[in-house]
Design a protein around this ligand. Structure first.
Ligand code: CP
Length: 327
């Protein structure tokens, strides 16, 4: 793949490739652990126009471990503060970077940025629309869990701020891409999905069942995926997280022994920390898997530019250049 801007950029086969390769790397499969890194010596621009802990630091961790280099754009101390346009920032950064990793509050940001640069881009979250690397981490964690517990995936319940959750939007797309026989349930603080994902659900005839309490469905769920209330995206009324949505050890007692509990984090009050010691709580595994999944995604994208990078230029005595294969 050349870019990862949306789950739409991935085939079913590519999703399985990322899942399997990430788990193999995590488990220390020699074939992969000793492979050449395409990240080595590359300069990767992290442009985050919104806060982040896991996404930014997991990418940075992989880059450092793979002997690559990071340019960390920080809006507060950049020339954006002096009125520089996004266009000029991207045109400047593309001179320095081999790959962009970008997070931005605008849902439509990549329609603009892809017109400004042909350098590869990974979407690290665009507004309330998509967060494709997170959903690849989520689906990898789900596959790993099912393999460990020998269970099958049939039903998933999404909980929380459905309307603003880019992680849920991308995960619905990702799950639907690999199987159209999964049953989706939502326990939501709002009525609806945001318009872009609503069209996707409508166009693909995806059935989503809305519930109003855990008791309606939780005993049948294979996964429960919880999200926080994204207060930063609510323009008018701040909607409080409903008390009855909070996952406590009592709620977990009603879940199947093999049910996996996921959360992309950051967590606010949605899951009681007393649940952390339950082996069905997978959110810290999601964070750990983030390193492996994001490594595979970066390696895959950078391997596409490698042929160009393997050509080395040498100055010649007459001032011209001749090009030769480095290896
Ligand atoms: N899941 C996730 O995107 O976390 P951060 O906002 O901390 O990057």
């Amino acid at each position: 793949m050349n870019n990862l801007l949306s789950i739409d950029d991935l085939s079913k086969e590519k999703i399985f490739y990322i899942i399997e390769k990430s788990i193999a790397v995590k488990n220390g499969n020699k074939l992969y652990v000793t492979m050449d890194s395409y990240i080595e010596n590359k300069i990767i621009g992290l442009l985050f126009f919104e806060p982040s802990t896991r996404t930014r630091f997991s990418f940075e961790t992989v880059i450092y471990k793979s002997k690559g280099n990071v340019l960390n754009y920080n809006e507060k101390i950049s020339s954006t503060k002096k009125g520089e346009t996004l266009y000029d920032t991207i045109k400047t950064m593309e001179i320095y970077c081999d790959l962009f990793i970008i997070r931005h509050p605008d849902n439509d940001i990549f329609e603009k940025i892809t017109k400004y640069t042909s350098k590869p881009i990974i979407n690290a979250g665009n507004g309330s629309y998509e967060h494709p690397t997170q959903s690849l981490i989520d689906i990898t964690t789900m596959f790993e869990h099912n393999k460990n517990t020998n269970s099958i995936f049939k039903n998933i319940l999404f909980v929380g701020d459905i309307n603003n959750s880019r992680t849920i939007n991308s995960l619905i797309k990702c799950i639907y891409k690999i199987s159209n026989s999964i049953n989706f349930y939502i326990f939501s603080i709002q009525e609806d999905f945001n318009p872009k994902i609503k069209n996707f659900i409508k166009n693909n005839n995806i059935k989503i069942t809305r519930v109003f309490s855990y008791d309606e469905c939780i005993k049948d769920m294979d996964f429960v995926y919880v999200t926080r209330c994204q207060k930063e995206r609510q323009n008018l009324d701040i909607i409080d997280y409903k008390k009855e949505m909070i996952i406590t050890p009592n709620v977990m007692k009603k879940m199947k022994p093999t049910c996996g509990l996921l959360h992309p984090f950051p967590r606010n009050e949605e899951i009681d920390i007393k649940c952390d010691s339950d082996s069905r709580s997978l959110y810290f595994k999601q964070i750990e898997n983030g390193i492996h999944v994001r490594r595979i995604i970066m390696e895959d994208i950078l391997s596409k530019t490698q042929d160009f990078n393997r050509i080395k230029s040498h100055g010649t005595l007459d001032g011209g250049y001749m090009y030769s294969e480095e290896y």
